[in-house]
Design a protein around this ligand. Sequence first.
Ligand SMILES: [Ca+2]
Ligand SMILES: [Ca+2]
Length: 373
Amino acid sequence: MRGYIYRKYRFKRYSKNSIFSFVFKLYFLIFIICLVLFLIVYINYKPKPYKSTNIVKIKRSEAYKRGMDMINFVWKYDASKNGILNNDEITMPRHLKDGELVSGIPYCWGGYISLDMSNQPQIKDFKDALDKGLIAGNINTNGGYKPLTAGLDCSGFVGAVYKLPIKVSTQMLDDYFHPIKFEDLKPMDIINHKKYHVFIYLKESADKKGIIVMEATTGKYVAFDRTTINYRSYSEIKKYIEDGTYIPMRYNKIVEDKVELFKDKYEFNNFDYLATNIILGEDYEGYIDYAGDVDIYSIKLDEGNYNLNFKGDKPIYVEIFSGENNILSLYVDKNNECKFSIQERQDVKIKVYSKQLEYRFKYKFSIISDINH
Ligand SMILES: [Ca+2]
Ligand SMILES: [Ca+2]
């Protein structure tokens, strides 16, 4: 009996040890396998910091060219074909005048039709949309995209520049762009306000009081509603950048290269209040860098007679005005010298632009006192 119990006991002990050892070995084996798998995964893991599904690599210079091509697109507006009377749903862009040349893709709320893309069935691109009689833009931002309208809104323009596969809203740009510091902004990075607006950074303006941007927007100081070069003052944007509502961002698949930006050292001077101050007797050289570029200069002149000497590489329009009064308006075909007189000391503005929306050419001018008069 003792012997039996002993044997049973021994047997039980032996059996317990064996299972314990087996389970221990099994766990140890699983642990080693897991460790090896973890090490393999860890060694091969390459961090993918940004989502980049379905998007293409793009050089900064190429993105810039795509944006400028949209801005420089010149076409004639035909109201009977591409217009509609303003209504509850649709408001036509304000710069469109029947039969006149216009530049840029018109602002179109929710629109994603550009020079080489369209998200609308049977429409190849913006030219095709014009040919097929679609409505050229819509600045009414109530509700969503209105069928049969063609053009780009602010995020649509950014999407078209970067060839994004779908129409994105400002909220969706997070999927394709990542935040950077304001000081790190380079040409073609974007500044995005998720609920309001997005524009593309180009450079600091000549007066160092703001930045030059490209964007699809509705004009604040003049009636334009299209893709264009524009200006944003630091006083307007800095507080929103500091409180984080405007976020500087960079395209996830950007390829770094040098961007040859436009040449005019006096930009941005398209509006009266941003006119470049000039001095009597000095020579100035400006550029019409893009379709729709307007250069405005400002000078304080005493009563007297003056000469404007003007030389352009292409025909250009020059208007000299003071307040609402047009003092002199002239068409300069390459070279011109003309006289004008001022009745009393006043601020005079000189506005230079191409009526035919030609671009990429330079001009030179000076204003001198006409002492022989
Ligand atoms: Ca210019
Ligand atoms: Ca200008």
